[in-house]
Design a protein around this ligand. Structure first.
Ligand code: NAD
Ligand code: MG
Length: 402
């Protein structure tokens, strides 16, 4: 096994985690699985442990971890089961780990992802919320820890592939780049009549036309908050201001993003919409490995369309751009309010159009401070969650009493 890279997959049971395990299984000689983690899905994690035999398995939920221990007694008795946030942080920073897939959804991924950066790993970043909520601190940990930060988000991975040779995220403004063109599918409601948006159900919002993803990011794609978070993600990764990141609606999701240069050149990265491509790219960079993705057939694609986004239809995109401009903890507050609002929508407690309303109201109520320490970031996150929850229940009680 010597010479192979040790890998921890944070969020192994999710959409990104499952795709990562698929790519790893196609390239067994190169990688050695050190740890798999999940929130509380005992059955799925047990099945993965039996198939892949990692050294460690971690469940964030302690009682679920106890069940996993019992469940693995026969099929994978050598797997060490850990629990809680400490367990997640531990497997992100182990010395035998070279590479960490940050595939947890939301702020729950912040601490283990920061630990991977602090301990100098190759950090494969899918968990954009971690970067959005703590940008400056995150990039500082990457620099100080000597980590290599590689984007897995398909757009940012595409942009990275189109960057000048030698560029790595966090190394400053890339030479000769005029602007970044961040593509967006526009989600399932790009052409839905505006007056019907308030009636949209979680099931409709989670049915993305081109990508098969977890529920939270699917709702973010439907509101276009996903693109808003990605604008902020691009600003941090590529050291540009938000005015240099142009959002381009491209319904086919074949061009995964573009970089425009000073000399007029535009470089695009294309491929079938399958996350195994950016995952394989980030795992093997600067080499290329098998990802199991079908070759792109340009005759089947036939045409590529591009149009500007409609900020009236997608107020979340505007809110994210404003939060980036406001600086400090504004992006932390935006992210936390969005997580609360999306969960409330998925739980049937909030209308689809209530999501931007909750975020805007939270941003106007929570004081924005300097985001200069982990404590300041965690405090802003907690205050914003509390405020957003209050706004959701105020709305719920109004609806119930009317
Ligand atoms: P998912 O919901 O399918 O999976 C989330 C994973 O995180 C699961 O393994 C779950 O057990 C774990 N998790 C959830 N809450 C946790 C907690 N409190 N503590 C510990 N673990 C927890 O989500 P996904 O679609 O795989 O997305 C994961 C991340 O990747 C998100 O940040 C998303 O924005 C990003 N991303 C996803 C895609 C995609 O195609 N799915 C594309 C680009 C970026
Ligand atoms: Mg994306």
């Amino acid at each position: 096994m010597s010479g192979s890279l040790g890998v921890t997959v944070l969020g192994a049971t999710g959409s990104i985690g499952v795709s990562t395990l698929d790519v790893l299984a196609r390239n067994r000689a190169r990688y050695r699985l050190v740890a798999l983690t999940a929130n509380r899905d005992v059955e799925r994690l047990a099945t993965q442990c039996i198939a892949h035999q990692p050294q460690y398995a971690v469940l964030a939920d302690a009682s679920a971890a106890q069940q996993l221990r019992e469940r693995l007694r026969d099929g994978a008795p050598d797997v060490q089961v850990l629990a809680g946030s400490e367990g997640l942080v531990k497997v992100a920073g182990l010395p035998e780990v070279d590479c960490v897939m940050a595939g947890i959804v939301g702020a729950a991924g912040l601490l283990p992802t920061l630990e991977a950066a602090r301990t100098g790993k190759r950090v494969l970043l899918a968990n954009k919320e971690a970067l959005v909520m703590s940008g400056d601190l995150f990039m500082q940990q990457v620099r100080e820890g000597g980590a290599v930060l590689l984007p897995v988000d398909s757009e940012h991975n595409a942009i990275f592939q189109c960057m000048p040779a030698g560029f790595v995220p966090g190394s400053g403004h890339p030479d000769g780049v005029r602007r970044i063109m961040l593509t967006a599918s526009g989600g399932p409601f790009r052409t839905t009549p505006l007056e019907s948006l308030s009636q949209i159900t979680p099931q409709q919002a989670c049915a993305h036309p081109n990508w098969d993803m977890g529920r939270k990011i699917s709702v973010d794609s439907a509101t276009m908050m996903n693109k808003g978070l990605e604008v902020i993600e691009a600003c941090w990764l590529f050291s540009v201001s938000e005015s240099l990141v142009q959002v381009v609606i491209h319904p086919q999701s074949v061009v995964h993003s573009m970089v425009q240069y000073r000399d007029g050149s535009v470089l695009a990265q294309m491929g079938n919409p399958d996350m195994r491509t950016p995952i394989a790219h980030a795992l093997a960079w600067p080499e290329r490995i098998e990802a199991g993705v079908d070759a792109l057939d340009m005759f089947k694609v036939a045409r590529l369309d591009f149009e500007p986004p409609d900020l009236q239809r997608f107020p979340c995109l505007r809110l994210a751009q404003e939060a980036w401009k406001a600086g400090g903890t504004a992006s932390t507050v935006l992210n936390a309010a969005n997580e609360v609002a999306v969960q409330a929508f998925l739980d049937g407690e909030l209308a689809f159009t209530g999501i931007p309303a909750i975020i805007e109201s939270t941003l106007s109520r929570v004081a924005i401070r300097a985001a200069d320490s982990l404590a300041a970031i965690l405090e802003a996150d907690a205050l914003a969650r509390q405020c957003a929850l209050e706004r959701v229940s105020a709305g719920t009680s109004r609806r119930v009493s009317s």
